[in-house]
Design a protein around this ligand. Structure first.
Ligand SMILES: N[C@@H](CCC(=O)N[C@@H](CS)C(=O)NCC(=O)O)C(=O)O
Length: 220
């Protein structure tokens, strides 16, 4: 008998959220186990080659890396969320990686000690978002159909909008009109709303206050 897949998670992790959105969009019954990344359990260190979440446990076998987990979920739960054209599909996979690099800028922004670091990372993010602006077709990245690229971009957009809401600092510049509309669309999806714990916003704001001396002074 096959068991429900279990996602090993951390409540604030954007990479975990990518896989939760994919599980919800695909309507895959699953379990979630949250761990404390500052105090990783031994059983987790044994099964996680990189010591990172997400990890997906499927019938006692283990997958890691959110993009790989999502590809597996996509392949085993048709129809595929990827575009069918080979070039479009490859390009979407490339942009999933690109958005991962934006999550690194985002991490540095959300842990910035001073205004100078914050502003530098805000600029790196805006440069990255302006590349997306050129490609987004709306309402989703590829047009009418939701894709794995959207499930991978949503966690970054969720966090950008929450920082804007709680600090009044604009992170998506005015001229990036498609990115703004795209961000509003994906963050309004049921799967995206349900992909985080119910007190996510207060946990996230608490995390920012703790990790960023600069943002702590700007959070309301
Ligand atoms: N490339 C990985 C990144 C995962 C990742 O960085 N996870 C962070 C939490 S958001 C983590 O587990 N960090 C623990 C550590 O590095 O010790 C993926 O896409 O799954």
């Amino acid at each position: 008998m096959s068991l429900k897949p279990k996602l090993i998670s951390f409540k604030l992790c954007p990479y975990v959220q990518r896989s939760v959105i994919t599980l919800l969009e695909k309507k895959v019954p699953h379990d979630i186990e949250y761990i404390d990344l500052e105090n990783k359990p031994d059983w987790f260190l044994k099964i996680s080659p990189l010591g990172k979440v997400p990890v997906l446990v499927v019938n006692d076998r283990v997958l890691f890396e959110s993009a790989v987990i999502n590809e597996y979920l996509d392949e085993t739960n048709p129809p595929s969320l990827h575009p069918s054209d080979a070039f479009d599909k490859a390009e979407n996979r490339a942009y999933i990686e690109f958005v991962s690099s934006l999550l690194v800028h985002f991490y540095l922004l959300s842990t910035s000690k001073d205004e100078q670091t914050f502003e530098a990372k805000k600029k790196d993010l805006a440069n990255g978002l302006s590349r997306l602006e050129q490609l987004i077709k709306l309402p989703f990245f590829n047009g009418e159909k939701l894709s794995l690229l959207d499930t991978s971009t949503a966690p970054l957009l969720t966090r950008l909008l929450l920082i804007e809401k709680n600090t009044g600092i604009q992170l998506i510049p005015d001229e990036l009109k498609k990115v703004r509309s795209y961000a509003e669309k994906v963050t309004s999806l049921d799967s995206v709303k349900k992909s985080v714990v119910s007190d996510f916003e207060s946990l996230f704001v608490g995390y920012l206050k703790k990790k960023s001396e600069y943002l702590a002074t700007r959070l309301t």
